[in-house]
Design a protein around this ligand. Structure first.
Ligand SMILES: [Zn+2]
Length: 333
């Protein structure tokens, strides 16, 4: 048995898996036995969540290895959580699960592990491209924050590499986006790409497109609940400025995905994960996303060859963590 986890600021997912056949190693898909979801802030530590998880499984566990993805920078097999008062460390997980084979991963690094085992019905193709078998890949995921990871091809296999690319500078492409940068600088001191491409980023875009006017869509809505309201109003065309905010979001998302594909030479594939993409799929399919992705002359032709796919499986991060755990289980102790 192996355990995969995905610890976010709001929700923690833990899964018990059967490892795939050892000869196939990480290319095998671990078989899910049970998953449980917990409200992260309702607990005082990962140990408390693991206690609850063991009780929910209801039988003694023999765990060979565990890997847990965390939204934030991982240092020395430990990570600090954003928006939660506690930290997470491999030693706590080891104590909670009775195995020393434990890895704390960045959440996007965990998700990146899943791209090679996801099936075609778990993804939506925005551009088929012409994948290179010797190429690298990349994952971008807007949700509560913006995550990015690269997948380098090493000896024929894709090796995930974590990044904090969501906190890099937002690159404005138009006079209008330069105005947006001015607004973000006034508000935050600098303009990070995450301040545009995330749930809170969508709220910033809403603020920008509604300047000098009110929006009925958000009357009485808490800021945390605002992003889905904006996307619904935008998709349904119920507010022109909300629709405008969503268009700016989609275009900036495509442009940043293109930036990431260029930086990582992701000729094997660019994957769009995270909670927002499946909810705005019709907007991603209008062509605005791909237009912005490809507008990198003189390298348009290179980017036309990159397969671009939206990950639809909401548990891709958990699955990717389990794939990492499976690999740990196969290593000598
Ligand atoms: Zn509106």
């Amino acid at each position: 048995m192996i355990v995969g986890g995905d610890v976010g600021g709001t929700k923690t997912l833990l899964g018990l898996f059967d490892a795939g056949p050892p000869e196939e190693e990480r290319h095998a898909r671990p078989r899910i036995v049970a998953t449980h979801s917990y409200a992260t802030s309702a607990y005082g530590s990962i140990g408390e969540i693991l206690d609850e998880f063991r009780r929910a499984i209801g039988r003694p566990l023999s765990v060979q290895a565990a890997a847990i993805g965390v939204a934030g920078p991982v240092k020395g097999n430990a990570a600090k959580l954003t928006n939660v008062s506690w930290d997470i460390s491999a030693s706590e997980i080891a104590a909670g699960l009775g195995t020393t084979r434990v890895q704390v991963l960045n959440d996007l690094e965990a998700m990146a592990n899943s791209v090679e085992v996801l099936t075609s019905d778990e993804m939506c193709v925005l551009q088929p491209g012409a994948p290179r078998a010797d190429g690298s890949a990349a994952v971008i995921a807007a949700g509560t924050g913006l995550g990015q990871a690269l997948l380098y091809r090493v000896a024929g296999r894709l090796q995930p590499l974590a990044s904090e690319g969501g906190h890099a500078d937002f690159a404005a492409r138009t006079d209008r986006e330069i105005e947006l940068v001015r607004m973000l600088r006034e508000r935050y001191g600098r303009a990070e790409v995450e301040q545009v491409l995330s749930g809170p980023g969508l709220v910033n875009l809403h603020r920008f497109t509604h300047r000098g006017g009110e929006c009925d869509m958000l009357a009485g809505v808490a800021e945390a609940d605002a992003p889905p309201r904006i996307t619904q109003a935008g998709l349904g065309g119920r507010c022109q400025q909300c629709a405008d905010a969503l268009r700016m979001f989609v275009s900036a998302y495509g442009a940043e995905a293109g930036n990431l594909a260029l930086r990582g030479m992701a000729t094997s594939g660019l994957y769009v994960g995270g909670g927002i993409a499946p909810k705005i799929l019709p907007a991603l399919q209008t062509g605005q996303f791909m237009d912005a992705f490809l507008a990198k002359e003189p390298l348009r032709e290179l980017l036309e060859q990159v397969p671009v796919k939206v990950i639809l499986n909401p548990e891709a991060g958990l699955l990717g963590a389990a794939i990492h755990a499976q690999e740990l289980a196969g290593r000598p102790a």
